[in-house]
Design a protein around this ligand. Structure first.
Ligand SMILES: *Cc1c(COP(=O)(O)O)cnc(C)c1O
Length: 369
């Protein structure tokens, strides 16, 4: 068990490995010191394989993941321009909401919750969709447990709209699922410290590729704090524009060391295995997969609760009976979907413990209900 008695299986924040917890006790240093510069440079280097990039600038903003999504839009899309929102759930809607908030025109291709974007439907849609600066995509839709076919979506965009940028929310994928930013031609990929990267909340990690950096350089009204160009210049000197979440950088360094020593292919396989075990056992106790099984996420499993069982009741009972913490559905599915995060620091015993708790709680429901 990884969580010290508490089985934290929400979709984030995720539990911290022991060495990461220890790193949080490190005394403060100056973020302009040599010690910090070498640490941050190491963190940036170690993040490259998780993003799958040799060429992107990796920009650590002190913010949650949403701050990183906001940065992606504000640096690459100018006021008055349009974005295409390719979405299949809550986080896709949020990404578009940020663009709309800044007055950008948003045109959406919506796929029903629980399904993944169909690349062929996207291709047809793009033939008539209006001209736009960028497309917004959520790699792993945490609200529905769907992993989008990002490689195929990117290939269709490159073919149909080669001039358009592709901005990707990789908050619940980077570090647990193959991203392959360079080979797939993703222009910006955003993640956050508190999910698969096994660090506390506090850092939005933004990988900005050459085309995105070029768009930022030409941008007429870049943001002040979330400026790509200035953060890039700072990271080239091993530091950040303003005081970063230094303790989170310490913790992230420890977790990245762990990821590096395990090797990403093994980590990806570990997550796939846990996800399929979750789906199999939960289906056997009467829950039905919410996500299309062909596109089920390796990091988040979303299941429809059995008829007559409310997700809030189930979530509460799991907490009270077994100290198992899971998430409920979002939006219209708040009380009919249960979501389990099995990303980052999680082992087979955690998942077996969680599944045992589901069995016990649902047996009790059958007995008394
Ligand atoms: C967790 C998450 C976010 C960001 O959430 P923050 O609370 O802002 O860190 C964004 N997108 C996805 C897909 C997520 O899973």
């Amino acid at each position: 068990m990884t969580g010290g008695g508490r089985n934290l299986r929400i979709t984030g924040p995720t539990p911290l490995p022991p060495a990461t917890l220890d790193a949080l006790r490190r005394p403060m240093v100056s973020h302009r010191s040599e010690e910090f510069r070498s640490l941050l440079s190491g963190v940036v280097r170690s993040l490259r394989p998780a993003f799958g990039t040799a060429e992107a600038a990796i920009l650590p903003f002190t913010a949650s993941g949403t701050g990183g999504l906001e940065a992606a839009i504000l640096n690459t899309v100018a006021p008055g321009e349009r974005v295409l929102s390719i979405r299949c759930g809550h986080f896709g809607e949020r990404f578009a909401e940020i663009a709309a908030h800044y007055g950008l025109e948003v045109v959406a291709l919506e796929t029903p919750w629980g399904r993944a974007t169909d690349p062929e439907a996207l291709r047809r849609w793009l033939r008539t969709a209006p001209v736009a600066r960028a497309a917004l995509l959520t790699h792993n839709e945490t609200s529905t447990g769907v992993l989008e076919p990002v490689g195929e979506v990117a290939a269709v965009l490159r073919r149909e709209r080669p001039e358009m940028l592709l901005l990707v929310d990789g908050v619940s994928s980077v570090g647990a699922v193959e991203v392959e930013m360079d080979s797939r031609g993703l222009d910006v990929v955003v993640t956050a410290s508190q999910k698969a990267l096994m660090a506390p909340p506090g850092l939005a990690l933004v990988a900005a590729g050459p085309r995105a950096l070029e768009a930022a350089a030409r941008h007429p009204a870049r943001p002040y704090y979330l400026d790509f160009a200035r953060m890039r210049a700072a990271t080239e000197e091993g530091t950040t524009t303003y005081t970063p979440a230094i303790s989170v950088v310490f913790a992230l360094a420890a977790s990245l060391e762990r990821l590096g020593s395990q090797g990403l292919p093994r980590v990806f396989e570990h997550h796939r295995r846990l996800a399929s075990r979750c789906r199999e056992v939960l289906a056997a106790v009467g829950l039905r997969p919410f996500a299309d099984p062909l596109h089920a996420s390796p990091t988040v499993t979303a299941m429809l609760t059995p008829a007559g069982v409310s997700a809030s009741w189930l979530r509460r009972r799991l907490e009270e009976e077994a100290s198992v913490f899971v998430s409920q559905g979002r939006g219209a599915f708040k009380d009919s979907v249960i979501r389990i995060g099995h990303l980052g620091f999680v082992d087979g015993d955690d998942v077996e413990g969680l599944l045992g708790a589901f069995r016990a709680v649902l047996r009790e429901e059958v007995a008394t209900g």
